[in-house]
Write a protein that binds this ligand. Structure first.
Ligand code: COA
Length: 276
């Protein structure tokens, strides 16, 4: 059973804090934004797509959360600085950065275009660095802060057709460890999370037979195939939820995360260890 409707965190745990969540308007990022806001943090959602962040902002505000949003492509270093400066000026502080924005797609390495490689590496790795570097002055000035970056587990072994993303996320892991040590004197804790399989729209699509297949209830077929996948491939027997991932971010943002830095937390129901 997923923990989506159970909170182990006390009400108001993150009250008074301000957090910036990149890619915070959909999928795992939205789950993170929602939980942080529910715990009292003012969450700033940064996303490339207004249709994502506007809907997310309304949803969080309707649930009583303090939330704002801003358009941001993390590849644009000047814009990242502008956004971070704007947030710190407006709120007077910045306690948490969640580097969640990511992009990837399956593509054979032999034919990957330079621009395709660049797009993913720039979002996943450069974007993480741009944002981390941009929050440093404010976090240093206020005596500390937290950075949580989203990694993955695919680079722990070979993962065909994901050269760009696996290389970038390996870089995110290295960056996490290095910044953790380099910025510990400023009391900036730098950690990463490595989510396992979460049934996003893209995953569901991959399990759904195409419309042309003529299968009458192809969505029921997708559900069955996804259940079978969870039983066979995920040791804990179920798919993850954005909330499974968000719980770790909330923990790291809380006082419980005070002595944790340079760690990469795999949250995947045991999936990668059992991977064939
Ligand atoms: N296979 C091969 N190449 C691909 C591709 C695919 N499935 N998807 C995109 N590319 C290539 C494009 O052809 C382009 O290269 P080119 O200029 O040589 O043709 C390059 O990648 C950039 O693509 P583009 O869509 O213009 O870039 P973007 O900056 O707008 O967006 C992504 C980049 C990665 C975000 C985008 O491809 C995307 O939306 N991916 C799927 C969604 C996603 O990643 N969600 C997050 C999941 S963690």
């Amino acid at each position: 059973m997923a923990s989506d409707n159970v909170s182990v965190f006390r009400e108001g745990l993150l009250a008074g804090q301000v957090g910036l969540v990149t890619g915070g308007g959909s999928g795992i990022g939205l789950g993170i934004s929602e939980l942080l806001a529910a715990l009292g943090m003012h969450v700033v959602i940064a996303s490339r797509k207004p249709e994502h962040f506007e809907a997310a902002r309304e949803r969080i505000a309707a649930a009583g959360g303090a939330v704002s949003s801003v358009a941001l492509d993390v590849r644009d270093q000047a814009r990242v600085r502008e956004v971070v400066d704007g947030v710190t000026q407006q709120h007077g502080r910045l306690d948490l950065l969640v580097n969640n924005a990511a992009g990837n797609f399956y593509a054979p390495s032999a034919t990957l275009s330079p621009n395709a490689w660049k797009a993913v590496v720039e979002i996943d790795l450069y974007g993480t660095f741009h944002c981390s570097q941009a929050v440093y002055p404010a976090m240093k000035a206020q005596g500390g802060g937290r950075i949580v970056s989203t990694s993955m587990t695919l680079h722990y072994r070979g993962w065909p057709q994901m050269a760009h993303a696996t290389a970038a996320k390996a870089g995110v892991d290295a960056l996490t460890r290095t910044l953790a040590v380099e910025w510990a004197p400023e009391r900036i804790r730098v950690n990463a999370i490595a989510p396992g399989p979460i049934p996003t729209e893209g995953v569901r699509k991959a399990f759904t037979p195409p419309a042309e297949s003529g299968i009458p209830d192809r969505f029921a077929v997708a559900d069955q195939q996804m259940d079978a996948y969870a039983q066979q491939r995920i040791p804990l027997g179920r798919w993850g939820t954005p909330r499974d991932i968000a719980n770790m971010v909330a923990y790291l943002a809380s006082p419980a995360g005070d002595w944790i830095t340079g760690s990469i937390f795999v949250i995947d129901g045991g999936e990668w260890l059992a991977r064939q």
